[in-house]
Ligand binder design. Structure first.
Ligand code: 5AD
Length: 441
């Protein structure tokens, strides 16, 4: 049997795409290996979102070069967003035999065959229809508790700074019944949680031939109906598109987790406009207020970019004050990284000096640390239903798992096991963990 080794970088969608790729290759007689040294085919599923993500992969390509030297005949393939963006440039490295973009995975068997015969090759065709609908992804996680389901591919929103639209193509929504079937199938195999993935889940829209439509709230409801013991998560929501209908659907189903990842990017209206985010600070704060009105216990996390083009000290302060107003549970925080070909790169100068970007990012990180501390401390005394993920990293005698609001809980195992639901009470907190004890009920 031939062996394939796969490294995955970037977002959750890439993790799920690697599972699609594995499923396709298994059909060709490949088995997954975790040892690069024994692989016949080495794949890296890549990310282009920031320059440092790409630099990391170039570093790996250098590593793959050594592997090929030591074991001639090994094939190297680059998949995903970098493949889409850099195409020929990757082949020109002399290391890469196969380049396949996010919509081209069905052609992998043909690409591999051609490369094995000595011709490096590429497919970066973007599709308007490919959703890999009937393919059953080969799950790579070992715990068998939580799985991703990509409900859509690509996106139509063009955020000024982002390469996503160019690397992943136009938006397509998956067929709802096939997505529900996937959730059912996972549940029957013992999974307890599914995360519905899309770059903007709020624009999910399926139009049936008879004119019937299914929007994201409808889909959430359909997946939640699979079983009360299957938890449903989703990401990512888009501030201008998230509807009250979605919020009410969440609120009315106990098994839809009360957590929303709602990237704000900036608290300054001037920056939001230049970023082409299609909402204002006031709109964002209104959405947060609405979420909390409908679900007072809803977890809220975000993404923030420091040092976008033309960002003044005033704009930066607006971001800090928004973070202080909202008190996010946690955040992914980045320095702006100019990406070739994006609207921002064409239109605006990347003019915030690196030192200033770093200083602002550090301020944002420090503030978020205080906000996380506050948000986690407020949980002390509360009850949560936790899905056990496995032993805690720090102390193998303890278990860990997430509460519905996405906060990580640790607690003494007391005979519970991975995949169990456990009711816990929070007794203490750190800025990233709730310390709990099991509450007998
Ligand atoms: N520079 C820095 N951060 C970026 N992101 C997207 N594009 C860029 C960029 N060019 C961040 C945004 C987005 C997250 C996935 O990555 O915060 O929400």
């Amino acid at each position: 049997m031939k062996k394939v080794y796969i490294e995955t970088y970037g977002c959750q969608m890439n993790v799920n795409d690697s599972e699609v790729v594995l499923s396709i290759l298994e059909g060709e007689g490949y088995a997954l290996t975790e040892e690069m040294g024994e692989a016949d085919l080495i794949l890296a599923n890549t990310c282009s979102i920031r320059d440092n993500a790409e630099q990391r992969v170039w570093g790996r390509i250098d590593r793959f070069r050594l592997e090929k030297k030591a074991r001639p005949g090994v094939l190297v393939g680059i998949l995903g967003c970098m493949a889409e963006r850099l195409g020929e440039k990757l082949l020109a490295s002399g290391v890469v035999d196969i380049v396949a973009g996010p919509d081209a995975y069905r052609s992998l068997p043909a690409l591999v065959a051609k490369a094995a015969a000595g011709t490096p090759c590429l497919d970066t065709t973007l599709s308007r229809t490919e959703t890999y609908a009937e393919l059953v992804p080969s799950r790579m996680d070992k715990k068998g508790v939580s799985a991703y389901i990509s409900i859509m591919r690509g996106r139509n929103n063009v955020c000024g700074y982002c390469v996503g639209r160019y690397a992943r193509g136009a938006e397509r929504s998956g067929e709802p019944l096939s997505l529900v079937r996937e959730a059912c199938d996972l549940f029957n195999r013992g999974y307890k949680e599914v995360s519905l993935l899309g770059q903007n889940v709020d624009s999910y829209l399926w139009k049936g031939e008879d004119g019937e439509t299914v929007d994201f709230a409808d889909l959430l409801e359909m997946v939640a109906a699979v079983s009360p013991d299957l938890r449903v998560r989703f990401s990512t929501s888009y501030p201008s598109d998230i509807t009250d209908k979605v919020l009410y659907t969440m609120a009315s189903h106990e098994n839809i987790c009360r957590h929303i990842h709602l990237p704000v990017q900036s608290g300054s209206n001037a920056m939001l406009e230049k970023m082409r985010r299609k909402y204002t600070r006031e709109w964002y704060l209104e959405r947060v207020a609405r979420i909390r009105e409908i679900m007072p216990d809803c977890g809220l996390t975000t993404d923030v970019i420091a040092g976008f083009c033309g960002e003044t000290e005033e704009d930066h302060k607006d971001t800090l004050s928004l973070m202080e107003t909202v008190v996010f549970d946690s955040a992914f925080m980045f320095q702006y990284s100019e990406r070739p070909g994006t609207l921002s790169a064409k239109k605006y100068e990347d003019d915030v000096p690196p030192k200033v970007k770093t200083a602002r990012l550090n301020e944002i990180i420090a503030l978020q640390g205080r906000m996380s501390e506050k948000s986690y401390a407020a949980e002390v005394g509360r009850l949560h239903k936790v899905l056990v993920e496995g032993p805690s990293k720090r102390n193998p005698d303890e278990l860990c798992g997430r509460a519905g609001n996405y906060k990580m809980c640790v607690f003494p195992g007391e005979g519970r096991k991975t995949g169990d639901y456990v009711t816990v009470r929070v007794v203490d907190s750190t800025p990233a963990t709730l310390i709990c004890r099991i509450e007998e009920q």
